[in-house]
Design a protein around this ligand. Structure first.
Ligand SMILES: O=C1O[C@H](COP(=O)(O)O)[C@@H](O)[C@H](O)[C@H]1O
Length: 257
């Protein structure tokens, strides 16, 4: 049975290098716990600035890439070789440099279907195949979901004021009116995000300073990133740099493994 969410844990680092290194340590620890328990590590990635923040994992012998099962928290519905594709970005930044078995990278294959609803259904069925029988849960329980936060407070493809913020049934949703281009997108819903064991936001730079303060200090605004509240035993983490957290009042923690 799930319980109310624990408060988020905020880790703020003086520079990008220490953020990248500590995020790698955190992911490796999560990976080890998951593999020790279940023999695999299920992780969802975002696009935007997130993939390059995983650079500390590349070439690290502690990472068991063959045990990784990778999904997308969201995807832009463009050809897979389009510069806007989250899959292309993750492939160029990470997958091409590590050895995750190809059938364990769960792409949202935008070339297969034109209809957004069918595409969302197809990906939902893929998640159901991977999780439902194994975990017998109403919603999948990811070991780790890695999210970014846009300057407007959006996360995955869940945007301020959008009707999808209220979606409480589907695992995967679609939209054709994203305020940030490209307009057509596929996204995890909150029930999926909030059932994960660990959710980690990664945000850096002064461009995020106002939004990070609003998300952490003014949850009553209901911004999309504030609505990420994994139910206990799940835990929400924020990995940020001091430039992004400069205006935050929320209590700080120095990350040490
Ligand atoms: O459009 C998107 O934006 C968010 C945030 O991107 P960032 O560059 O500000 O980190 C990203 O997490 C999401 O995957 C992407 O589709």
């Amino acid at each position: 049975m799930n319980h109310p969410p624990h408060p988020p844990i905020l880790y703020s680092f003086p520079d990008g290098a220490s953020l990248v290194a500590s995020l790698a340590d955190f992911v490796i620890k999560a990976q080890k716990e998951s593999i020790d328990k279940k023999g695999r590590f299920t992780v969802a990635l975002s696009g935007g600035s997130l993939p390059k923040m995983l650079g500390g994992l590349i070439g690290n012998p502690a990472v068991k890439w063959d045990k990784w099962h990778v999904f997308y928290a969201d995807e832009r519905v463009v050809p897979l070789d389009d510069p806007d594709s989250n899959h292309l970005l993750c492939t160029e930044t990470l997958f091409s440099k590590v050895s995750i078995p190809a059938d364990q990278i769960h792409t949202i294959d935008t070339s297969l279907l034109d209809d957004l609803e069918e595409l969302a259904d197809m990906y939902e069925k893929e998640l159901i195949r991977e999780f439902a029988q194994k975990d017998a849960a109403r919603f999948p329980v990811f070991d780790l979901i890695l999210l970014g936060m846009g300057p407007d407070g959006h996360t995955a493809s869940l945007f301020p004021g959008h009707a999808l913020l209220a979606e409480d049934d589907r695992w995967i949703a679609w939209l054709d009116d994203s305020p940030k281009p490209p307009p057509k997108r596929i996204t995890f819903t909150y029930p999926v995000i909030n059932h994960a064991l660990r959710v980690a936001f990664v945000a850096s730079g002064a461009g995020k300073v106002d939004m990070l303060r609003s998300v952490l200090d003014e949850p009553e605004l209901g911004l999309p990133s504030s609505r990420v509240k994994p139910a206990s035993p799940g835990q929400l983490y924020w990995f940020v740099d001091d430039a992004a957290s400069a205006a935050v009042q929320y209590s700080r923690t120095v990350f040490k493994l």
